[in-house]
Design a protein around this ligand. Structure first.
Ligand code: SF4
Length: 510
């Protein structure tokens, strides 16, 4: 084997270095590249990583995966600097697995453990989420609870040893899985949750990768969209769910920003939902009113009159300079005024969304945001960590902005979790995303009885989600939570309008 190692990594530097460094990983197995790449991106977020299975290129890491051998080595200046091999017991354990898929799963896990040993040598830093890269960490806790009959000590030991999670993240996962369990244990038999998408917003936020279009540009098509949506709503209530409407637990109208619709159009939509579904039997009815620049007293009164009991008013930040930067055409005062109006009208639950790690924000900015939120004291708060998602304007111009370091994000998260605690809110749901700055998490906090049922259901995937409108993804699951059918609506507004019968046909027979 011809080995030409490159010299590029310095201990304790790479993780905090903003300069782009090229990194070459040599592997003997092409079929593991995706997993390795994903995990390397977590460990070395600022580096450009390339992979090779050729042995005549220079490289920085060498990963060998065989049935009886698994090894990760790190080279610098032509010298082997660190090496982590699987133990005999680990190899024997994997060797005894007969199921091909299971075997591969364990190999992947072990490979990530070895990579994390090597990256710790280089960076001196443990990943708080250990080797977990999936978006639903609590699913793992539910599986372990089942496997080890709720033996918390055993579960903590496994999360710590086999997944290398930090104590803090383990405690967060355990607390949240308890909360989620309380919600999921009240699931109806063959439960259904409904999502209705309104893909319009006043403007597109810098970081947005959702299916959302500026409403002004689509004004002349809005009524056609609502007409098509009403057709899909009627199909769901009169045909698909005929005789099963009492199985619906929650309705979530999201988007986009549904309150971008003018009052009259919003009423047409709310009327259609009221005619189609037994709202009096439904436990939670949410409408996202995310942008204060779309909210009026009249619209809020309308929502209240039609039985909506949960709304979102999403500041993201209470700093004007950041609101301007991310393209939200409102002020922090607009948020306060809208929130007070909604509170006075009397919605049961008002959620506020925040994002930590927005471009140019510091922990001090986040402290200012949380102090202002504390004065409003919403009963539901969701704290997201900034993610630079493909398809967003931010990802197209990523280099134009500056981002907080992992350490600053950690501090911001701790400021928000402390603030949530001081408001009497408890963490109740959790998910992670790809491309998150600093590889952290999104956490929903709520006062007791103000948790969002729909959020928990969609994250845990234990019940059926039927999604209507542009970009809706319907998921049909078995009793034990296996997805057996996934049906997507088009993400194109014009396509949805012209092909509404096809969207409906896709759902027939599920
Ligand atoms: S309000 Fe939400 S959906 Fe609308 S553009 Fe901003 S992030 Fe996207």
């Amino acid at each position: 084997m011809v080995i030409k190692q490159k010299s590029l990594l310095k201990k304790n530097l790479i993780h905090f270095c903003n300069k782009v460094i090229n990194m070459v990983v040599q592997m003997n197995r092409e079929d593991f590249i995706y997993e390795v790449k994903t995990f390397f991106k977590v460990c070395f977020p600022n580096e450009v990583i390339s992979f090779t299975t050729l042995t005549n290129r220079s490289f920085d890491f060498d990963i060998q995966i065989e049935d009886d051998f698994l090894s990760v080595s790190y080279y610098s200046e032509g010298q082997l600097k660190y090496n982590s091999d699987a133990s005999k017991e680990q190899i024997q354990f994997i060797g005894a697995i007969t199921d091909r898929v299971e075997k591969r799963k364990e190999q992947k896990k072990l490979m990530k453990l070895l990579i994390s040993n090597v990256t710790y040598f280089i960076t001196g830093k443990e990943q708080p989420w250990g080797i977990l890269t999936g978006i639903r960490p609590t699913k793992l806790v539910f599986n372990l609870r089942k496997l080890y009959r709720n033996d918390t000590n055993k579960i903590v030991e496994i999360l710590n040893k086999d997944y290398k999670l930090s104590d803090e993240k383990i405690q967060l996962m355990l607390k949240i899985s308890d909360k989620e369990h309380a919600i999921l244990s009240k699931n109806k038999p063959n439960e259904i949750n409904l999502y209705i998408g309104i893909p319009f917003c006043p403007t597109k936020c810098l970081y947005c990768s959702f299916t959302s279009f500026p409403i002004d540009k689509w004004q002349s098509h809005i009524m056609d969209y609502i007409t098509a949506l009403k057709k899909e709503i009627s199909f769901i209530s009169d045909e698909l769910l005929k005789g099963q409407l009492n199985q619906i637990r929650s309705i979530y109208i999201g988007g986009g920003t549904p309150t971008s619709l003018d009052e009259a159009t919003l009423e047409v939509l709310l009327e259609a939902v009221k005619d189609a579904f037994p709202l009096e039997q439904i436990e939670e009815y949410t409408v996202e009113a995310g942008r204060p620049d779309t909210i009026t007293r009249e619209k809020l009164l309308l929502l209240k009159r039609y039985g909506v009991d949960r709304i979102s008013i999403n500041p993201q930040t209470m700093n004007q300079k950041t609101l301007d930067l991310i393209g939200r055409k409102h002020t922090p005062e607009d948020i306060i005024n809208t929130y007070e109006m909604a509170k006075e009208i009397g919605f049961k639950t008002i959620n506020m969304d925040l994002i930590v790690g927005l471009p140019d924000e510091t922990p001090e900015d986040v402290r200012n945001t949380i102090e202002q939120i504390k004065k409003m004291a919403p009963n539901n708060l969701t704290v997201h960590t900034m993610a630079i998602k493909r398809g967003s304007a931010l990802s197209d111009h990523e280099e134009k902005y500056s981002y907080a370091s992992s350490e600053s994000i950690e501090e911001m998260i701790s400021i928000t979790s402390q603030g949530a605690l001081e408001m009497g809110l408890e963490p109740y749901y959790l998910y992670r995303q790809k491309h998150m700055v600093g590889n952290f998490e999104n956490v929903g906090y709520a006062k007791r009885e103000h948790e969002c049922i729909y959020n928990v259901e969609i994250i845990e995937e234990k019940t059926n989600i039927i999604a209507l409108g542009v970009g809706g993804i319907t998921k049909i699951v078995t009793q034990d939570g296996k997805i057996i059918n996934r049906i997507e609506n088009t993400k194109d507004v014009a396509g949805y309008i012209s092909r509404i019968d096809e969207m409906i046909d896709r759902k027939r027979g599920i």
